[in-house]
Ligand binder design. Structure first.
Ligand code: ZN
Length: 442
């Protein structure tokens, strides 16, 4: 009896467990499929809302393009931004580190504090601008696409305002001045107001010469590290001697794959050699720039040049390597001293957050949202790094070129132009990302 009773009791418990498990599974699948449906519904809504405001964003972008302002002088741009964000009903802070503006969208307070950063300054340029809405200010142009960044940032703020009930956390729209001078991000991060924010995550993008709408990013370094050196020599030698020595230095310390030309940035977005190809020529290199500047004072020659390096671990070895080449040359007696005159950190994407952000986007775009990047682009950089030093952040590259329209969005290059379709893609994709990332989940 006892045994029988025990068996009976065991099977009763088993039944209970089975029922519980079944119920758990049903609840799990129903809630997961609800979450998935909800995700797709909000995604569709974002697409519609973006389409409804696209013309107005293009108007804003063209107006900014006609009124470009240099680093530190973004007065008009910041007023336009502040007015737009105020009209959306956001809390707006102005005058942060110069003309910086932050708009705060309060969603459900249970979520995270996520931020979107857009830079807003233009560059000195006399290139012929191929568009009809040309700059009205001589010698100043939006030759890096920051007018498009502002339009996308405002567009995301608008779309999120239209979908406030879906925003679980607080979203901060950071409009940063002085990117081109590499001062704005650092100044904003160090401002009293910013220090109080305690953000959980930060995101940004840059328009590039990828095909329009294509997005790419990678964990860790996005660009190469940059160092600028100065080497001083006495005047007992000729400029020709220095030029020969410089060639020797370049040949000795450079590390590039055979037959590859990582300094050719026009190849950075090439489908087979560029950063989105596993065969890219833009990984694992060190090169010394071909050109150098030679200043001559009464007592010395001062050679100045740039070094580009993909590996952080090698950075501190560069000057000793260069000095080793000089010491083994005929000019060793004429060499006085060498030092770095400029050292820029590089955009450094948080590894876990990059993976999470890509996964979020892939969940609605069927794994096609973000192309994997395998390389680091030389010459380019972004002071977004200073935000990433304080807050885990991800920096995306967004394509703005369109071969069929004759548009190449190679930043700072002559004929730099952006296909405005990129504004639509940017607003759609990153509105969705911010809504999903604001949710209080890991
Ligand atoms: Zn730029």
């Amino acid at each position: 009896m006892r045994i029988l009773h025990t068996n009976k009791s065991t099977s009763y418990i088993k039944m209970k467990i089975l029922r519980f498990l079944l119920l758990f599974l049903i609840i799990y699948f129903v809630s997961t499929s609800c979450q998935e449906n909800e995700k797709h519904t909000i995604h569709e809504k974002i697409k519609e809302d973006t389409n409804s405001i696209l013309d107005s964003l293009i108007t804003i972008r063209r107006d900014l393009h006609q009124h470009p302002e240099l680093a530190g002088k973004e007065k008009r741009t910041s007023q336009i931004i502040a007015n737009y964000l105020t009209d959306l009903g956001l809390e707006v802070k102005t005058g942060i580190a110069g003309y910086g503006v932050i708009g705060i969208l309060e969603g459900n307070p249970t979520g995270k504090k996520v931020a979107w950063r857009a830079d807003m300054d233009a560059i000195s340029s006399d290139f012929k601008d191929p568009v009809s809405f040309k700059s009205l200010y001589e010698g100043i142009q939006h030759g890096c696409g920051h007018d498009v960044h502002v339009a996308i940032g405002l567009g995301i703020a608008k779309v999120l305002s239209m979908n406030k009930e879906s925003v679980d956390g607080t979203v901060y729209f950071i409009f940063q001045p002085e990117e081109e001078s590499f001062k704005g991000a650092q100044n904003m991060v160090n401002s009293d107001f910013f220090t109080l924010l305690e953000l959980d995550e930060i995101y940004a993008l840059h328009i590039t010469a990828l095909p329009v709408g294509q997005i790419t990013t990678k964990p860790n370094e996005v660009f190469a590290y940059q160092k600028r050196i100065q080497l001083n020599f006495d005047k007992g030698i000729t400029e020709e001697n220095i030029s020969e020595l410089y060639s020797k230095i370049r040949n000795s310390i450079s590390r590039v794959g055979e037959g590859t030309l990582p300094w050719k940035t026009e190849l950075a977005f090439d489908p087979s050699l560029g950063i989105t190809s596993p065969e890219t020529i833009f990984n694992d290199y060190l090169f010394v720039e071909e050109n150098f500047i030679l200043d001559s004072t009464e007592t010395e020659y001062q050679l100045k040049s740039f070094l580009y390096e993909t590996r952080n671990s090698n950075l501190n070895k560069l000057l000793p390597q260069i000095e080793n080449v000089i010491e083994n040359s005929e000019l060793s007696e004429n060499y006085k001293e060498g030092f770095y005159i400029q050292e820029n950190p590089t955009v450094l994407n948080d590894e876990a957050l990059t993976t999470a952000a890509i996964k979020t986007l892939d969940s609605v775009y069927n794994t096609t949202a973000v192309a994997k990047s395998y390389g680091q682009i030389p010459y380019f950089n972004d002071d977004f790094y200073y935000f990433q030093q304080k807050i885990p952040g991800v920096y995306f590259l967004l394509g703005g070129s369109n071969e069929s329209k004759g548009i190449t969005a190679m930043n700072h290059a002559p004929n730099f132009q952006v296909d405005e379709e990129s504004i639509k893609i940017g607003v759609q994709v990153f509105s969705f990302l911010l809504i999903e990332r604001s949710k209080n989940k890991k």
